[in-house]
Ligand binder design. Structure first.
Ligand code: NAD
Length: 353
């Protein structure tokens, strides 16, 4: 037990719950970092960890990230996250989803779940049949809601444009080269918006066929997953998994801007300063990738009040992401602290820490 309290990723989380359901075989972690601003919102990830302790670490880090993300997006939501530990075969049964939903329900709204990596809309629908503390459900016509990926991509696209304006003084992506890591919901959506704005794209995914299909669709180039970080480009956009910005990764970068949607991009806190030392402008991940949770939160909070979920509010809140990044970069330039440190300080103040 002592080890847990001294775990570097334990940040005075309000609640960390290990869930095991013998009947279905579900093993999950629900981590609530803060409910200072409201019920703790954050998705549930389905993932296979080499060591189950990795699932706990992920839940601790991701839930703190959600506190920061929701606070910086101006949402009346705290931060939480859940992780379902997958077995080697990726077994995910209705019984496991039901047991997870019951665990969420038992928390009475202190945690509100949604879709994350490895979870489908069908999974979220199954969960919603047993608990109301879930969001990102199919929207009514003209209302906000649904799968968060496209909203996340919209915010990242606007954030990349803000970074390009800030660093390169350019208002358009025309002729600029963006290297996108990950061709999934977020990377794919971001790449499509960038291509429509005239960007040239290089794309990589662990699933090479996925990268090739997206590159073919957008007139870009696909490269091997282990080559994307070294591609000479104007913007490197990490849209796959976290912790890619470590000593070796940063040394390989050949870009002036890192701006993408993956959560927890910095392997360790000091890697924000390492990017700044190389004069690489960094868009803090939880600020630029908040579009999805904005949609999830607006939908959920409207439902709790029996009101329609306002799509205009979602769009307006996503349109505020570039201004928030500008404020961080301005404070970073004034103080000499790296953008991630500035953002963390702003977020912690908002959640009363
Ligand atoms: P996804 O599963 O749709 O896509 C992820 C893609 O990354 C997959 O195609 C996978 O093959 C690829 N990938 C994994 N490891 C890779 C590697 N090392 N190199 C290259 N490609 C790799 O997931 P997503 O919804 O697009 O999420 C991507 C990232 O964005 C995650 O970190 C997620 O936490 C974060 N995020 C997602 C949302 C959202 O709304 N979906 C919101 C905020 C943050």
């Amino acid at each position: 037990m002592t080890a847990f309290w001294t775990d570097p990723d334990f940040d005075e989380h309000e609640l960390v719950q290990l869930v095991h359901d013998r009947a279905s075989g579900l093993t999950a972690v629900i981590a609530i970092h803060s409910t200072h601003l409201g019920g703790a919102g954050g998705g549930v990830r389905f993932w296979r960890y080499a060591d189950p302790a990795g699932g706990l670490t992920d839940a601790l880090r991701l839930s703190r990230g959600m506190s920061y993300k929701n606070a910086m997006a101006g949402l009346a939501m705290g931060g939480g996250k859940a992780v379902i530990l997958s077995d080697a075969a990726g077994t995910k049964t209705p019984g496991m989803l039901a047991a997870f939903a019951d665990a969420v329900e038992a928390l009475g709204g202190r945690y509100v779940t949604a879709q994350d990596v490895g979870m489908s809309m069908d999974d979220i629908m199954a969960i919603s049949r047993r608990t109301a503390f879930v969001s990102g459900l199919p929207p009514a016509a003209g209302e906000a809601g649904g799968t968060p990926g496209p909203f996340t991509a919209q915010g990242i696209f606007l954030g990349i444009k803000a970074a390009v304006r800030h660093k390169l003084g350019r208002d358009s992506m025309a002729g600029l080269h963006v290297a996108v890591q990950g061709a999934g919901a977020v990377g794919g959506g971001t790449a499509r918006l960038l291509a429509a704005d005239g960007a040239r794209l290089t794309i990589a995914d662990m699933d090479a066929a996925k990268a090739q299909a997206l590159a073919a669709e957008l007139g870009g180039t696909a490269v091997a997953a282990d080559a994307i970080m070294a591609v000479p480009c104007d913007v490197f956009s990490p849209c796959a998994l976290g912790a890619i910005l470590d000593d070796a990764g940063i040394a390989r970068l050949n870009t002036g801007i890192v701006a993408g949607g993956a959560n927890n991009q910095l392997a360790r806190p000091e890697h924000g300063a390492a990017l700044a030392a190389r004069d690489i402008l960094y868009a803090p991940d939880y600020v630029i990738n908040a579009g999805g949770i904005v949609s999830v939160a607006v939908e959920y909070l409207a439902r709790t009040k029996g009101q329609p979920a306002d799509l205009g509010e979602v769009e307006a809140r996503i349109a505020a992401i570039p201004g928030r990044l500008e404020a961080i970069w301005a404070e970073s330039a004034a103080s000499g602290r790296s953008p991630d440190v500035v953002a963390d300080a702003m977020a912690r103040k908002l959640i009363g820490r």
